[in-house]
Ligand binder design. Structure first.
Ligand code: AMP
Ligand code: MG
Length: 335
């Protein structure tokens, strides 16, 4: 009898160990956002841990607020001082430069001083209504915005040089996509769904992915689509960090040409009719997808669609009346 009991307990323990080894999940708060890792297959616990430590390593390099990070050292360097950065930071900067050029300057990490002025950084954001900054304050900071004029990259020496002391950058629009690509590389050979704050990668099989409803709570979704193995999805929207003041919605994605949140007419202070409220890009180019979604949101309906089409990407765009528009062949189904 005792022997039988021991046998059953052993079998049960083996089952528990096997079950644990076949799937792993992890939740984190990094890059100013929530991260969900779901990995299946043998060795998934080890893979989950490897991805988590890679994400923590990248956060230490990319954060604008962690003292001593690569981005922090660039931001607090003097003009013409060459700052040596890691290969990852240089690779992310090269993506920024490429998407800056492809988007005609809509994607531009040098808007960071304006993101701070509008109080949309993780440490300044409250969501409470407040009057927009003065035109003078916006114009003053705009003189330090413009990636190609403000930031010089030496990709051989891995150094970054600024034109003015005041120039500062922020990887908020590109870091999650870059980190998603790194995570997917680690998860190769497994089946995994990795969600880095709206930057989702499907590894090993296709998944049904929901597009958030830009005007409803987190749980609600607007529609869904099937995303193939090896593809990623990146969403940018005006609903992540925002506040409303006198019927105008001010949000965290800044148009580098005007210094105002995208979709706002800087002359009238009102909202443009062709503004987009959400852009979801589906692509195999994980790292770039994040920056492209941010760029398309800033460009608005006509120019955003033109950018996505010129790059041959698939996308779901949602306008301010909550009508959606598809670019490329997407099997999107509205809820
Ligand atoms: P995402 O969530 O990818 O759309 O990125 C939004 C974040 O990117 C913001 O919270 C800012 O940190 C940063 N950002 C805002 N405006 C721009 C811009 N024009 N170009 C690049 N990054 C931006
Ligand atoms: Mg982005």
């Amino acid at each position: 009898m005792k022997k039988h009991l021991l046998f059953i307990i052993t079998i049960l323990l083996i089952c528990i160990v096997l079950f644990c080894a076949c799937s792993a999940t992890g939740q984190y708060f990094l890059f100013g956002t929530f991260i969900d890792l779901n990995i299946e297959g043998s060795g998934s616990i080890k893979t989950e841990k490897e991805i988590a430590s890679e994400l923590e390593r990248l956060e230490e390099l990319f954060s604008a607020t962690i003292e001593g990070s690569d981005v922090w050292r660039i931001n607090y360097a003097k003009a013409n001082e060459a700052v040596t950065v890691s290969g990852d930071t240089m690779a992310a900067l090269a993506i920024c430069k490429n998407i800056y050029e492809l988007s005609g300057g809509a994607f531009d990490p040098t808007v960071y001083p304006l993101v701070k002025l509008w109080k949309f950084t993780a440490d300044t954001y409250t969501g409470l209504p407040s009057a927009p900054p003065s035109v003078e304050a916006i114009n003053e900071l705009l003189s330090y915005v413009g990636f190609n004029d403000m930031i010089m990259l030496d990709e051989t020496e891995n150094t970054v040089t600024k034109s003015y002391d005041e120039v500062q950058i922020d990887f908020g629009g590109v870091a999650k996509g870059y980190a998603a690509k790194k995570s997917a590389d680690i998860a190769q050979g497994k089946t995994a769904l990795l969600n880095l704050g709206g930057n989702i990668v499907c590894v090993g099989k296709s998944y049904k992915i929901g597009v958030a409803n830009p005007r409803e709570s987190d749980a609600a979704y607007f529609g869904s689509m099937t995303v193939e193995n090896g593809f990623s999805v990146s969403t940018s929207g005006d609903y992540e960090r925002y506040y409303e003041y006198e019927d105008v919605r001010y949000h965290h994605i800044i148009n580098p040409k005007t210094g105002y949140p995208s979709g706002i007419n800087s002359s009238t202070g009102g909202m443009n009719e062709d503004r987009l409220v959400s852009v979801t890009v589906i692509s195999e180019q994980f790292a770039d997808c994040d920056a492209i979604a941010t760029a398309a949101l800033i460009l608005g309906k006509e120019n955003g669609v033109a950018l996505l089409q010129s790059l041959g990407l698939k996308a779901v765009l949602i306008d301010c009346e909550l009508n959606y528009l598809l670019v490329g062949n997407v099997d999107f189904v509205k809820k």
